[in-house]
Ligand binder design. Sequence first.
Ligand code: ATR
Length: 280
Amino acid sequence: MAEETPRAFVCGHPVAHSRSPLIHGYWLQEHGIAGIYERRDVAPEAFETFLRGLARSPYVGGNVTIPHKESAHLLVDRRDEAAEIIGAVNTLWFEDGSLCGGNTDAYGFAANLDSAAPCWAEGSVATVLGAGGAARAVVHALRERGMREIRIVNRTLARAEELAYRFAGPASAHGWDALPELLADTALLVNTTSLGMDGAAALVLDLAPLPSSAVVTDIVYVPLETPFLVKAKQRGLRTVDGLGMLLHQAVPGFERWFGVRPEVTPRLRALVVADLEATA
Ligand code: ATR
């Protein structure tokens, strides 16, 4: 009997903007795999039915994006450690008939820095701006990589405190006004807020107190060079944009569904950059 074509998806609402089909489509072609990766727009009220129907569908798995990551975390049969800790699922697959949920955002965040600024974890003091869902993945990655101090800075202090409590040990919570002091010995500064994103307000921050050895990264990638990264560059600091996190987080899913570990290459990046520019 002929083997079935492996089929995977990204589900979100809306999902038209997702670059995942471009990334996985590129790898499928590169590796000569006759697989399919497609968009599925699933409204929140239809998500549970969609997920419960997967076992009887042609899909081997898929990605979950906004606004379904937290629901997926609650609905899967099993979760990997990262999904358990972060409280959100972005990758689905089957094991022995069970629907499994993983979170590859923390992996993607660290792999992007490994590739773009290999010494990033050596300074061991990180300051994270924001305390939403994206910050949870980032703080998990930083703790996994042994950062000694992880300062979570948020407009709403209570959210930073909640996150610091969840990652007790290296994590602490601070208000925005503590930044000048915190920046003075920060080795890695991460923006996880939506500030700087196209259409949102800019992230206004005086980067003067940062040491000249600091690495600055933004998880926003539209625009690719956020005003925050431009300012850091102007100060002569090493910067890492957020697109690499998107590319790297896709690697473990592709490997699970299609059986080959793909690589994040300059060609893939150029393809996605061209798409971002075309739709800007
Ligand atoms: P995500 O899941 O993408 O992280 P989120 O949970 O909505 O999204 O979190 C957005 C983050 O950006 C939060 O840390 C938010 O701060 P608050 O918790 O105080 O809302 C931050 N953010 C959004 N707009 C902001 C603004 N104008 N000034 C400062 N922080 C802002």
